[in-house]
Each structure stands twice: as C-alpha cells, then as structure tokens.
Design a binder for this molecule. Structure first.
Ligand code: GCW
Length: 671
C-alpha cells in the first residue's frame, strides 16, 4: 500500500528473530496517536514476522515494544534512562535492550517513532540502534488545492478526496488513508481547500464537515487548516466592505474564527492568498499586507493558531517595458514590512522568484526578512514538470534551493536554516508543499510520483538528508528489497529531473511549457508578449532576461552582496542560470565551451535520449513488479518517450527558425 507496504517473509528471517510478543501502548484512548502507533506496530510487525503481538497498556519489561510519550513512560513504567532532551514532535528509538523503546516528546512524536521502526524493519534493517530524531522545523504542512465542487486546481490524480458538489464528502475513508500516509512522513498539518478559496467553505454545514475531517486526521497527529477568501465578509457575509481595519469586518472574522474553533479546537490556522492572480486583498483599501495578515493572526492567536501568508503576490505587467520584472515582486511587496508581522504570522515563499519552474535561483525574499518567520513552498504536484505523465523526481531540484547559501552579512545562510528559523532565531518556520492527491488509487495519478511526496516529508523533517538516500528508502518501502529493482528505479529517478530540464527549458530560461492554458507540453512562444512576466526576450539574435543591476531589471541586486556580485557578472553566473540573469547572443560561449544555441540543441537530444532509456530500464524489471503497477508505469514511460521527442523537436525547431543558426550535428531542421 503506497510506501507503507510491509511485506512478510521476503527476508526469510522470522526463523530465529524473536517477535516481541507484547506491544505496550502507554495511552489506551482509541483516538490518540499513541494508540494508533500501537495498532500500526501490531499490523506492521505482523507483516514482517507473520504473527500478531498482543497489545497491552501495562508496562512490561521483557519481549515488548513500548510506545508512548516520555512523560507517559515516566508515569507508567518508571525512570527513563539515556533519553536526551527532545524537541517538539521529536522521538527516541532504542532497539538495543530487552524492551524496544519508542518514546515521543509528544504523542505525535511517538507515532513518528513507530513508523520509523517499522520502516527500518520493512527495509530489512534489523540492526540495534538507539538515537533521538528531532524535526528541523515545526511547520511541516501540505496544501491541497481542492475546490468545493470536487475539482482540484492543478490536480492530476482524479477528483478531491475531501469535497464534492459544494460539500464535504460523507465517506472519509480515503481521508483516513491519506492521514496515515502523511503521518508516516511526519507531516503535521494539512490545509484542505484551495488557496483560490471559496468563501462558502465557511457555511455551517461545511464547518461541520471540516470538524469531521479534523476528527479523522487528529489520531494521526495532523491538524487541519483552512484557506480564506479575503473578500468573504462582503461577498459571503453581506457586509458593505472587506477592509481589514474596519470594525465590522474584524468582528465578522472573529465570529467565523470562533465558529471554527468551537468545532475544531486544535485548528492549525489560516492560509491566505491575497492580491494575487485576481484574488481580493488589502490593496483594495490601501492597507498593507501586514495589516491583512495581522487581522487573522490576532483571531487565531488565542487558540494557538498561525497564519501562513503567501508571498506569491505580483501584478500583471506591461510587456512593452521589459525592465518590469515579476521576479522582483516578492521582495518589493514584503521587504519593507519586515518586523510588522505578528509573531504567529509565517510568510510562505515559493522556492523560486517566479513559479515552480524547472530551474530557478532561490527566492531572494529568504534573504530579506530578518524579523519575520518564513516557510518555503514546494510543489509535489508536477504542475510544470510533466504532470502525472512524466517521471520527474523533484527532490534534487528542491535540494538546489534548500542547500543554497545566500550569504547574508557574509555569513553562512543556507535557505534550509533560514526557513527553519535557525539563521535569524525565529521560533516558527518550516515548509509547505502543494500535494494535489485525488481519489485515484495511485493518489497523485502515477505510482512513481509518490517518491516526491515521500521525499517532501523527509526533507521537511530533515532538509540536510540526501535526495538519493531518501529515494532508496522509498523504493524499498514501495517495491521491496530486490537489488535490481532498487538500482534501476534509483537510476531512472535520479536521471529524471536533469533529463526533463534538458528536453524542456535550459540554462535558466524557465520550463518553456505552455503557460497560458495547460502548463503542459512545449510552448516557448507563450512566455513572451503578455503580461505574465515570464519573459525570455528571445529574438533573432539573442535570448535571456537581463536581470543585472548595471544593465537590466536590477533583480540580482535583491540578493546579499556576495550572491548579487556572482549573478551580476556573466563570468561567475553558473551556466544553468545564465539566461535567468543575462541577455546574450545565441552564439555566446558558455563556461562549458559550447554556444548557447548548440547547448540547446544538444541538451534536447540528450534529454530525450535519456527519457527513452527509462522505458527499457523499467522493462528490465518485468516479473519483479506486480502486473498492475508494472503496466501502469510502463504506459506512462512509453508516453514520456514520445513526448520528450515532441518537446525536443518543438523547442529546437522554434529556436532554429528564430535564429537560423544550424545545428553542428545537422539534426535540427533536417527531418
Ligand atoms: O502556479 C500557479 C498555478 C495556479 C495557482 C497559483 C498559486 C492556486 O498555475 O493554479 O493557484 O500558482 O500558487 O497561487
């Protein structure tokens, strides 16, 4: 079952390995995460050893697994030895003694520890360990872009598991299964409705439904959050205004917030997209984004809630003024507000300055807020990355951002430390990912896409983890322990993002997918001559956005000095971001020695060739993967082989026709 699959007998070890005969759960309340942990252990151990262990709530000293919080252990079993101080949601796992100890700082942590232990066993790892694991950051959220009518914005795995026909579905079975998956990767909150929010989510029937959903998530240690529509007091509440400083508006939100917390006392908080892509916001009343965020922050603060305020705020631009730069928007909107946000506001920042492109530099906003909490926004949903039909393992892309050093004040300033709150001493911080799972039995629309969800959770917990190590854990958990299966899926997946970049948009020119309608398939012409500001400025001789301070939009100047200087200078800008920062002739020579245009031609051939190998690699696993998953994946890889050629030729012909520069290898234009 997805990446929780635990298969018995595969390792043939149950002969002499003694099954712990008791599972001691230190909380007997059924809906508690510790109780759930006990049930998971019972089922999981049965999967591994083939026999059932007894669940008890009394402390036993031999042949048992004890699961609970550190405090519960102290109370019920006695003194705890060797357990270091744990952070919120952290856990201690000790398999060395007679008794296996799984102790959480809180109940959620205990559940995480149980999944960690099971994950080890399921991967055939029976080694004796004793260690603590703590999260890098407290915010480890997912965002669903589900609409009330059941459709999902940028969803490729079928309709919503939460909503249908304007209401919350009666049968929440899939929600419970999702909760289990998310808990196993240590996600602690889920925002269930689209950031392009429908105010009707707030009607009484739906709030009752939200409470039912929260009841399903709670035993898994997951809180529920809601996206708000900023104009709701007017459009839905019937007030004459939605001015965030108006007394009647404040009262209206106060009332709504009470109604929610009456039903869901542990609601995580609100997510707000405002003044962006047609969404209403405080600018209508000349109020600042901080005034807007603080309005909600004050409402949820007494309940311990937080406000995730999205930095994805930008205006449509006039395409005749090329120096207007959408990439600059986030810093322009938020920098001057630093320090004005309440303590329970977190600015949720997309990883790059534009929008989940195949390659972007880190958003400079990460290096411009010092008194404001931040979270990084990632996208598990492959909106610009081939959707459900292309294999693209995205974790290596995320790592280029998380591991980037922005050198604030000439000091090490890794993005992952900034968002965790470590660099500027913020209590809050972390990450959110758009995860548009649907009712499709594969969740995201394809089996291999699930590596991205798994990797997101792992990196939210520990962004220093290695993308390939994470991937391999996921492969073993999902497809078993066969060496060839492991090696093959590892190779395909690790080659997949570089290949996709090669056959789509190179050198930092963005994905070059259609941006006007589908966000799918090649459409390089769609980037320019419109107000979206994803311009490439490609003409007959040259290409790229000049974002330098000296000669361009000035975007590079939004970074701290050392980084700004690197991007300002064409000689120190890495090839893979050259066209993001500079406007050059197609004949410009890269650091690699190739011209820009020849790099385009070669990369597109090489990317499509690599994609073609995925099918053969997968087919080499015939007989080692169950038929359903084998065929499902094979179908998509077959398609990807063809579609990568479509990409290759569309992009190469486009630039060949534009520039008239022949391909040195005489492939382009010679069909
Ligand atoms: O990438 C764009 C998407 C929109 C999305 C928006 C956002 C939810 O195409 O569908 O809206 O980003 O992140 O708000």
């Amino acid at each position: 079952f997805a990446f929780l699959g635990l298969s018995a007998a595969e390792n043939g070890l149950d002969g002499w390995l003694r099954l712990p005969s008791n599972i001691v759960t230190l909380n007997a309340t059924e809906a508690s995460p510790v109780y759930v942990a006990g049930t998971e252990l019972q089922n999981g151990l049965k999967g591994v050893y083939g026999k059932s262990a007894q669940i008890t709530h009394k402390c036993k000293t031999s042949s048992s697994v004890v699961v609970g919080t550190v405090d519960q252990y102290r109370e019920i079993c006695g003194a705890v030895k060797d357990v270091p101080e744990l952070e919120e949601d952290g856990f201690w796992l000790n398999t060395k003694g007679q008794t296996i100890q799984i102790l959480g700082q809180n109940e959620r942590g205990a559940l995480y520890g149980a999944f960690e232990y099971l994950s080890m066993l399921a991967q055939g790892n029976f080694s004796k360990v004793a260690y603590a694991s703590n999260p890098s950051a407290p915010i480890r959220w997912v965002n669903q872009w589900d609409n009330m009518d059941g459709r999902i914005e940028r969803g490729y795995g079928g309709p919503s598991i939460f909503f249908k026909d304007g209401q919350i579905v009666d049968d929440l079975t899939r929600v419970a299964e999702y909760a289990r998956l998310l808990a196993s990767i240590r996600i602690n909150a889920v925002v269930i409705n689209n950031v392009n929010a429908d105010a009707a989510t707030l009607n009484a029937t739906n709030l009752d439904g939200v409470a039912r959903i929260a009841d399903v998530f709670r035993p898994y240690g997951i809180q529920v959050g809601l996206s708000l529509n900023f104009a709701a007091p007017q459009t839905y509440g019937g007030l004459s205004t939605f001015d965030p400083l108006d007394a009647s508006v404040i009262e209206w939100w106060s009332n709504i917030t009470t109604q929610i917390y009456d039903r869901v006392p542990d609601m995580a908080g609100y997510l707000v997209k405002a003044d962006s892509e047609g969404q209403p916001g405080p600018q209508t009343y000349n109020r600042t984004l901080a005034e807007a965020a603080n309005l909600f922050a004050k409402e949820v603060q007494p309940y311990g809630g937080i406000v995730m305020y999205r930095a994805f705020v930008y205006n449509q631009l006039n395409e005749s003024i090329w120096t207007d730069d959408r990439a600059k928007a986030a810093v322009e909107f938020f920098k001057d507000l630093d320090g004005e946000f309440d303590d329970n506001v977190v600015i949720q920042i997309k990883f790059g300055p534009i929008d989940f492109q195949v390659r972007e530099p880190p958003s400079p906003l990460f290096a411009n807020l010092f008194n404001t909490s931040m979270a990084i926004e990632l996208q598990v949903t492959q909106e610009y990355l081939g959707q459900q039909s292309h294999l693209v393992y995205v974790a290596p892309l995320w790592k280029t951002i998380l591991d980037a050093d922005l050198r604030v004040d000439q000091q090490p300033s890794l993005v992952r430390d900034i968002v965790a709150g470590k660099r500027f001493n913020r209590k809050l911080g972390g990450s959110a990912a758009v995860v548009n799972v649907g009712t499709n039995t594969t969740w995201l629309g394809s089996h291999l896409s699930m590596s991205n969800l798994y990797a997101y959770g792992r990196l939210a917990w520990n962004p220093a983890d290695d993308a390939q190590d994470i991937l391999q854990d996921w492969i073993r958990l999902t497809f078993g322990l066969d060496r060839k299966v492991l090696d093959t899926i590892t190779r395909m997946s690790m080659e997949s993002w570089p290949a996709y970049e090669q056959y789509s948009g190179n050198l930092g020119i963005q994905t070059l997918t259609d941006i006007l309608y589908t966000h799918y398939g090649p459409n390089p012409a769609s980037q320019d001559n419109n107000g979206w500001g994803q311009w490439t400025r490609a003409d007959q001789t040259s290409i790229g956005m000049d974002r330098t301070v000296s000669n361009g939009t000035g975007f590079s100047g939004q970074y701290p000095d050392e980084i700004a200087a690197m991007y300002e200078d064409i000689n120190t800008t890495p090839d893979d971001l050259l066209l993001w920062f500079h406007h050059v002739n197609y004949t410009h020579r890269l650091q690699s020695g190739k011209t820009v245009i020849q790099h385009f031609y070669d990369a597109h051939y090489s990317g499509a060739e690599t994609a073609e190998t995925f099918l053969a690699q997968w087919e080499s696993l015939h007989g080692k993967i169950d038929t359903e998953r084998y065929n499902h994946v094979r179908h998509f890889l077959d398609y990807q082989t063809g579609h990568s050629i479509v990409w290759r030729d569309a992009i190469n012909n486009f630039y060949y026709n534009l520039s008239g520069i022949p391909d040195e290898a005489t492939r382009v234009g010679h069909h």
